[in-house]
Design a protein around this ligand. Structure first.
Ligand SMILES: Cc1cc2nc3c(=O)[nH]c(=O)nc-3n(C[C@H](O)[C@H](O)[C@H](O)COP(=O)(O)OP(=O)(O)OC[C@H]3O[C@@H](n4cnc5c(N)ncnc54)[C@H](O)[C@@H]3O)c2cc1C
Length: 385
């Protein structure tokens, strides 16, 4: 993006402190070290930012995608931004980029409800998806929003845990991918499903009772949750029915894929593209929606499951499944009409990208060059947490 409007005017890149969940994705993606943070805010240094937009595609809330026209010399300083609770008002219509979004994707509504003005939603269902005998408690939670709430597949909502943090502020929202298509879960408007794992240990395996996931998993039908959003525009699906979706996920990463599959299922007779799903879990009993996926109409989706802890069978991860289907994956990577989605725990991302790199190397394709093009053209979407 050309941030130089004229000799006098600059398009200044800013991060919305109300929406930012401090996940650090933008700072690690910025090639010019323009993004920095303190314990309160992530901010952009106007002197260092060149408008390359490399930071945009990873942001799960859209907090990163904010621009203000300012006089050169009067740009907001880093120190000023670090003190902000809100962005300064925009003159005219606030600009958003469509960087990394499929050309045929619908325009999403974003951030209609915020931490300061959340929406109430009633829990209508709370059902365990994983076997009772499993240590992994993953739940299908259905919420009915108390007011109009319009999301697109691939967007998330924020859930606000009750109570205050140590500094006396409301807790930061946690994001959860919507697992229902835009028309509503089971076709009921304003009704949306989440796929939530109860966090009982940290990523190192030490005991840790996750604040928000336990709050949600304990909500019984009739209880009220406070939600924000819808958030994000970087995991949107193409609406063009001739496009192919290659979906790769583990565990709760199935949530946005469930929404996309349901959306395509509703338009079954107009779809000429393919739905290809590579999905990993420890066992079939710990795989959310395993039975639901097996019950999809024959020929609608090509599903490949990978299980890593089935007694008597070798461990097979989702990246192993990709390697077992080299020709299919190579075709998907090369096909301009194929859009690739990757969602799940952070740990799986490196394995899947390494599998892509290996598959490309064996076919004489430069993965790093291709990955840049895929992201730029809205064909590669990664949402890991
Ligand atoms: C775009 C996006 C979409 C998401 N979608 C989903 C979803 O569909 N379903 C879902 O269950 N979660 C999802 N998450 C993760 C979710 O936002 C929370 O981070 C998670 O529920 C933990 O929050 P908590 O308050 O329970 O834990 P906290 O009290 O905030 O503790 C977080 C700590 O728990 C540990 N941890 C262990 N397992 C996890 C885990 N699965 N996720 C995050 N941290 C973990 C980490 O060490 C982390 O530091 C998503 C995150 C993002 C950014």
């Amino acid at each position: 993006m050309d941030i130089n409007i004229s000799d006098d005017l600059l398009k200044q890149h800013l991060i919305d402190p109300e929406l930012c969940i401090r996940c650090d994705t933008c700072e690690s993606a910025c090639p010019s070290n323009a993004i920095t943070h303190d314990i309160r805010n992530y901010v952009v240094d106007a002197d260092a930012c060149n408008g390359c937009l490399e930071c945009i595609s990873g942001c799960p809330t859209g907090a990163i995608d904010n621009w203000r026209t300012v006089h050169r010399g009067a740009a907001y300083t880093v120190a000023e931004q670090l003190g902000w609770d809100h962005l300064p008002p925009a003159m005219g219509v606030a600009e958003k980029t469509r960087q990394g979004i499929p050309a045929s994707a619908a325009t999403p509504m974003e951030n209609a409800y915020t931490r300061e003005a959340p929406l109430r939603a009633i829990v209508v269902e709370n059902r365990r998806l994983t076997a009772e005998t499993s240590a992994s408690d993953i739940r299908h939670i259905v919420l009915e929003a108390a007011d109009d709430f319009a999301w697109l597949e691939g967007q998330s909502i924020g859930v606000l845990p009750p109570g205050l943090d140590a500094a006396g502020h409301r807790h930061m929202m946690r994001l959860y991918s919507v697992a229902s298509p835009r028309g509503g879960d089971s076709g009921i408007k304003n009704r949306l499903a989440l796929t939530v794992k109860r966090v009982l240990e940290d990523h190192e395996g030490k005991p840790h009772r996750g604040l928000c996931s336990n709050h949600i998993c304990d909500l019984q039908p009739g209880a009220v949750a406070e939600i924000t959003g819808p958030h994000g525009r970087n995991f949107l699906m193409p609406d063009d029915p001739s496009t192919t979706l290659l979906m790769i996920c583990t565990g709760t990463g199935i949530a946005p894929m469930r929404a996309m599959l349901a959306q395509r299922l509703q338009r079954l007779h107009t779809i000429s593209g393919r739905q290809i799903l590579f999905y990993g879990a420890r066992t079939p009993e710990e795989m959310p929606y395993h039975a639901e996926l097996l019950a999809l109409p024959r020929g609608f989706a090509e599903t490949e499951f990978a299980f890593s802890r089935v007694d008597g069978q070798p461990k097979r991860y989702v990246q192993d499944a990709l390697r077992d289907h080299t020709a299919l994956v190579t075709n998907c990577l090369s096909d301009e009409n194929c859009y690739i989605y990757l969602c799940g725990l952070k740990g799986m991302e490196a394995g899947v990208l390494a599998a892509f790199e290996e598959i490309c190397r064996n076919s004489g394709i430069d993965w790093h060059e291709l990955a840049g093009k895929l992201k730029h053209n809205g064909r590669l979407h990664v949402e890991t947490y």
